[in-house]
Design a protein around this ligand. Sequence first.
Ligand code: PMP
Length: 413
Amino acid sequence: MEQPVVLQRIDVDHIRQDFPILTRTVNNKPLVYLDNGATTQKPKQVIDAIIEYYTQLNSNVHRGVHHLSQLATDAFEVTRRKLKPFIGAAREHEIILTKGTTESINLVAACYGRAFVGPGDEIVISAMEHHSNIVPWQMCCEERGATLKVIPINDAGELDMDAYRSLLGNRTKMVAVTYVSNALGTVNPVKEIIDLAHGVGAPVLLDAAQAIQHLPIDVQALDVDFLAFSGHKMYGPTGVGVLYGKEKWLEAMPPHQGGGEMIKEVTFEKTTYNELPFKYEAGTPNIEAAICLAPAIEYINAVGLDQIARHEQELLEYATLRLLEVPGLRMIGTAREKSSVLSFLLDGTHPYDVGVILDKLGIAVRTGHHCTQPLMDRFGIPGTVRASIAMYNTKADIDALVAGVERAAAMLL
Ligand code: PMP
């Protein structure tokens, strides 16, 4: 077999030492963690920051005059400040801190929907969306009397761009697509998607839940209108996420939730709303998660997204070649542009059974429909086994996976 070109351009051994959980065993076997699409592990820099927060800073943000509250507020705003260059935003106040991708998309579907979608209008999504980028738009369409249009895909799991062009028109009020498919790994041609949508005057929301940790993203270069992602999939804590929105949309949309932080002045007659970004940040946020997202961003920056992408790409190619050597293994998602997801089926077996055997071997993968039931229907399958790669994975992890899948095939067939 052909050996992959130098894998260790980033110092993976060194990186692994920063992730304490990677040294533990599962079922008396060294942990092989390949469920990064679901959530990534956290480096000690993030874990230490969480301890530091609760031992030194804990206080509510944006309200108090006292010392701790100011420290917590400053730390909270550091995250927003770091996010700005990380995604290439023009303004800090275009960055709304939410609890995750799902909340970010729901916010846009609700608020944009209320302001800009009416009867007869159309929302375009794709056949490979996560439920989090389907259901909010279905709810929006139901409420507003609009219609959901779906861009079909080919058997490789690539968008049919001709079909996309023909779906666009003057009724299109939003195009909401995923940057990278969580179930197939397909990297979509997002710049072309955005330019075509803008050609008919429609804004674009990108679900970047599976892109932000793998690819450098520049919202201004893309000219994207909304971008949504989660902290926990980018080596940060759970309970924090991001909604980037162009100022013009965030100004024009009504607020999402009412309550503390999002008000300027409240009387029983009328409430005026706070300025951006606070207009969309009602209530006490997940303060420690927001603050501890900053070290995760710093960590990614220190390793470098280009380097991460190259490393993961090499592992993806190696894993694809090795897995395809397993008799009866069928890869689902064979797009030309792919990110670090390997979704597959073993003929004659159920994904769940393969997952259970891999778990006995200490290998963590995900099995099932991956919150993409319509996509699984498109392929006529109940689900897949999904291995998803992060910066700390190694060729040895892939070898363990392949050996585990071979073992599962021997046991189940
Ligand atoms: N979109 C995609 C593409 C995802 O992979 C996920 C997480 N599996 C989500 C949205 C939802 O993310 P969260 O649960 O963090 O809100």
